[in-house]
Design a protein. Structure first.
Length: 185
């Protein structure tokens, strides 16, 4: 679990988010381990959940995933980590801009309360310069970001594609990472 990529990403996260207040290890049904580091120093209104261990598992080049949330309950990391295990199990390329549905199946109360049914994944955007890439042993790894989306947004994404979805999403006058934000469509 303490691979060169894991050390590189943990150091990178520390430079941008400070020291994690928690790091938990989760195991998939097939035994694949992933760590999830939780940061609460950088953004007053959000916690940052950051994967450690995806870089060794993904097939399309090293990458890890972060998710920001203004819901600080234990529901968020559990939903997030299950989504990451789904990505690994289905061998979904992180760079393909996609959504993993099933929030409503995994945690119906959370999905109903926030009206969010999926997590949309794309390259991390809107962070400080240099945040999106991590160097390790002459290779470059990427950082991706997950964002909770509503059913209407998931439907729009499926019908119109990621370019149209991201254009509509970025036009919103809201905290884009907020699980409480209204749908953009």
């Amino acid at each position: 679990m303490d691979s060169p990529w894991a050390r590189a990403y943990l150091g990178h996260y520390a430079r941008y988010f400070g020291k994690p207040f928690d790091v938990e290890i989760y195991h998939s049904a097939t035994g694949t381990p992933l760590r999830l580091a939780t940061y609460d120093l950088r953004y007053r209104k959000f916690r940052v959940y950051a994967s450690i261990g995806m870089a060794e598992e993904v097939k399309d080049g090293p990458g890890e995933v972060i998710l920001l949330s203004d819901d600080f309950s234990k529901d968020v990391p559990v939903i997030f980590i299950n989504s990451l295990f789904f990505i690994l199990d289905k061998e979904i390329p992180l760079g393909s801009r996609f959504a993993v549905a099933g929030v409503d199946s995994l945690n119906p109360d959370f999905a109903e309360h926030y009206e969010k049914v999926a997590i949309y994944y794309s390259l991390a955007d809107g962070f400080d310069k240099g945040f999106g890439n991590v160097e390790c042993a002459g290779e470059t790894g990427d950082i991706y970001q997950g964002i909770f989306i509503a059913g209407a947004e998931l439907d729009f994404l499926r019908r119109q594609g990621p370019d149209a979805f991201e254009a509509a999403f970025r036009k919103q006058d809201a905290e884009l990472c907020s699980v409480r934000r209204a749908p953009c469509v």
